[in-house]
Design a protein around this ligand. Structure first.
Ligand SMILES: [Zn+2]
Length: 168
């Protein structure tokens, strides 16, 4: 006799979580972040340095510094720059075929400038995306940590749960 119990299907908890700060639509949040403004209210600067995220928005109190963008912005920047630069190099080679030194003299500085120009907007858009999705560290601590790390299980070896959180 086969087991007739229906399969259990895991469903993500999609209940909206109320926040103390405004929650604009995703494109608005990402565009504000790409423009270097707070993704939540669009009023205050997102960055406190070239790539350092401000700890919080002084106007709407969105926890900008708690969004762990980590390696995602450099990854996205590399993907975009590589497609632009390699695509252009293929077109130039097919149509003009310049000498190699000309490639080095033009495409190396172009790659550097394009990378530096895109790092801030890409990081800002990533922070806007993550804030929209509720992926700041405190939310992860309160929502996922209990499921992933039951009581008594330390998240980091040698430290108490939640202690010593790294900062971006
Ligand atoms: Zn704000």
């Amino acid at each position: 006799m086969p087991d007739m119990t229906p399969p259990v299907r895991w469903e993500a908890d999609r209940t909206p979580r109320p926040t103390a700060w405004p929650q604009p639509p995703l494109p608005v949040a990402m565009a504000r972040g790409a423009a270097g403004r707070c993704p939540a209210c669009g009023e205050s600067p997102l960055f406190a340095g070239f790539l350092r995220i401000a700890p919080g928005c002084p106007r709407c109190h969105a926890p900008l510094g708690d969004v762990p963008a980590d390696d995602a912005p450099p990854y996205f920047t590399i993907v975009i720059v590589a497609h632009v630069v390699i695509g252009l190099m293929v077109v130039v080679e097919q149509t003009w075929a310049p000498p190699l030194w000309l490639y080095a003299a033009t495409f190396l500085p172009f790659t550097l400038v394009l990378t530096l120009a895109l790092m801030r907007p890409v990081k800002g858009a990533t922070v806007g995306l993550m804030l929209h999705l509720g992926l700041q560290r405190d939310a992860a601590d309160s929502v996922g940590a209990t499921a992933l790390f039951p009581a008594g299980v330390s998240r980091t070896p040698g430290t108490a749960a939640g202690a010593g959180r790294p900062h971006a």
